[in-house]
Design a protein around this ligand. Structure first.
Ligand code: FES
Length: 110
């Protein structure tokens, strides 16, 4: 569909919306960027209190060459995926890997 859109054929793709695991959202974002189609990532899954106070939902984005932080709960949860600094954003999802592994081992699941 994106290739047909680029060629001016088929249905027009005005925007892509990606919702799901962060790595998948990045892949969708990267793909849509190659085709110069706007893409929105839904980041509601990273919100905790949704008040703008806990800071759990910080998203590094680049605007006019400057890295700034957005709150998914205040500025989103849908955020332009093409401005997200995915290299800075994704490592957070492995933050508790050691604890997750320990928990799996303690419950005989690893
Ligand atoms: S969810 Fe806590 S600051 Fe956004």
């Amino acid at each position: 569909m994106l290739e047909a859109n680029r060629l001016g054929q088929g249905r027009t793709v005005a925007e892509v919306v990606t919702i799901g695991p962060p790595l998948m959202m990045r892949a969708v974002s990267d793909l849509s960027k190659k085709f110069d189609v706007p893409c929105v990532a839904s980041l509601n899954s990273i919100m905790v209190d949704a008040t703008g106070m806990c800071g759990a939902c910080m998203v590094p984005v680049v605007i006019d060459g400057q890295m700034v932080r957005k709150h998914a709960c205040i500025d989103g949860p849908e955020i332009d995926s093409h401005i997200i600094d995915w290299d800075k954003f994704l490592p957070r999802f492995g933050q508790f890997r050691a604890q997750e592994r320990t928990s799996l081992e303690q419950h005989g699941l690893a």
